[in-house]
Design a protein around this ligand. Structure first.
Ligand code: DX5
Ligand code: ZN
Length: 219
């Protein structure tokens, strides 16, 4: 089974951010997931463009930037300039998602749309052909280390069925509470990219954990 692992930098030790990113670079991880929070869209603040820019510079993998902010249209070019390869905005943060998705694509970045746990996947069906990635939140956004919401499995299946039905190239990313204990079910439901924060960085040996995740179906 082909899938990608995207460790979420939010769970790292920020006192040694360079080492942490170098560890990811040397690991079997595919992407680096970078969470931007504004304290308005979500009840927490993380970091902005200058920090993302430094992270992206150190990062040798795909820089997957998840914007949990209001008015994302005002910051798309800034995050692209900061080095984002994938820019994901929230469905719930935009009244003009079609325009926003195309604004992202015009910068040359891949366009992602994230859905909160309460948002039905059917609400983006009419936009699927324009979107490179749909990120299904499997926790309420704002914090790392929360429990996976199992209803997400059903949402993944419904979304995957539609993608296959219309033959769209959209990939499905799952964000929140993902780890070795539930990734098989998530992948079997149809996910393509797994974000993993605490399960990687809070483990005893993050490199070995990523390796185990990538090798889940071998042996
Ligand atoms: C939550 C963030 C997630 C978070 C995941 O708002 O979008 O990316 O870092 O962390 P874990 O894997 O610990 O749930
Ligand atoms: Zn995220």
């Amino acid at each position: 089974m082909d899938f990608k692992i995207a460790p979420s930098i939010l769970a790292c030790d920020f006192g040694k951010i360079q080492e942490e990113i170098e560890m990811i670079n040397a690991s079997a991880a595919d992407w680096l997931h970078i969470d931007v929070m504004d304290g308005v869209f979500v009840p927490n603040i993380s970091f902005g463009q200058p920090i993302v820019s430094k992270m992206a510079e150190l990062n040798a993998k795909v820089s997957d930037v998840h914007l949990m902010i209001v008015n994302p249209e005002n910051y798309i070019q800034d995050f692209r300039n900061a080095g984002a390869d994938v820019i994901t905005v929230h469905y719930e943060a935009s009244n003009h998602l079609h325009r926003l998705v195309h604004q992202i694509k015009e910068t040359g970045a891949e366009a992602g749309v994230a859905l909160n746990p309460h948002t039905p996947v059917e609400l983006i069906f009419d936009l699927l052909e324009d979107i490179d990635l749909v990120c299904l939140m499997s926790v309420n956004p704002g914090f790392g280390g929360q429990k996976f919401i199992y209803k997400t499995l059903d949402k993944i299946k419904r979304l995957k069925d539609e993608i296959v039905k219309i033959n769209a190239g959209t990939i499905i990313e799952i964000d929140g509470g993902v780890g070795l204990q539930n990734m098989e079910a998530i992948l079997k439901a149809g996910a393509d990219v797994l974000v993993a924060g605490s399960s990687v960085f809070k483990s005893e040996d993050p490199t070995a954990t990523i390796e185990r995740m990538k090798n889940l179906f071998s042996s």
